[in-house]
Design a binder for this molecule. Sequence first.
Ligand code: PLP
Length: 375
Amino acid sequence: MTLFDVYPLFNVSLTKGKGCFVWDDKGTRYLDFYGGHAVISIGHTNEHYVQRITAQLEQLAFYSNSVRIPIQDEYATLLGRVSGYDDYHLFLCNSGAEAVENALKVASFVNGRKKIIAFKGAFHGRTSGAVAITDNPAIKPPVNDDAHVLFLNFNDSAALEKAFAEHDICAVIIEPIQGVNGIYEPTPEFLKDIQRLCQAHGAFFIADEIQCGFGRSGQFFAHQLAGVQPDLITMAKGMGNGFPIAGVLIHPKVAAKYGMLGTTFGGAPLACAAGLAVLEEIEKHQLIPQAATLGNYLMDECRQLPEVKEVRGKGLMIGVEFNFPIKALREKLVYEHHIFVGNSSNPNTLRLLPSLTITKEEIDLFLEAIKKCLA
Ligand SMILES: Cc1ncc(COP(=O)(O)O)c(C=O)c1O
């Protein structure tokens, strides 16, 4: 059997990782400036993370959600404190798309509606509900049509008002920083308009923090930079540093009902151990303010590079848009300088998503290499 060939792969076989570096099967070291797609938050094979997961593996790897699993409560308590959302409830699941599905379900179960407002360029995942609210026909099969979705432009408050006036809106879902599309941010005023209109119309304000959350923006959640408070917050990627764990934070006004949501693997003890290690490392090493400071340094330096049209983002979620397509530049970085960076839906935009543990010296390695590529 061979793998179903759905990913365009780099010709590199990775076998090892430590901190912000990974190694291939021939022993070549690569700087990971991509974080395995914004997933690596506390560095590869972080010591505390390995210990936490190993200790849990020796105690209890799994049991179903038919009994109390104390490490789930431990995780919820710590997440509440670190995120500032300790009055919210937590539903644990396994992947970003699943978190989005569950957020949509909560909204629709509670207000009984089905019209969703999403945004142009949005990416929310590949399962049926998530892909329907994703603005990319190429990944949307007919069975997942988006007849119940209105795609609006970022920052168009008039269109938002009009949509609320004309439709019975169930929820508005927005990435506080759009990732896959190439790092675009709505204005804080627009996020406030979404909050205001959702409150006035009994709709749910859903922030998709799957890529921009968990400290990446220099705040725990990117929407906190705008001073808004969504009703539902989806999380994944950086939450587990590579161990599959995802979740939805749910406003206390929502009453849980048995059967409303459920999962076999969600909240597994091993996943909670991984999640706890991430939060503990974020707190212990002050990784969030560090992401803000080093992100500003990296963005300022990128603005000085030749042929740069625009640098967008917050913290360590950065889009560098060039005046030319970046495919060859990205390949040169990988094959000649041994550095991984991300691409995006915008062919001219590189995405930089390193681990929050990245150092100034490692950032300088990247800057040196990209300067050589552009010379
Ligand atoms: C903002 C956002 N939402 C949802 C998803 C889907 O997450 P997953 O691939 O874990 O299903 C992604 C993945 O890139 C994402 O960036």
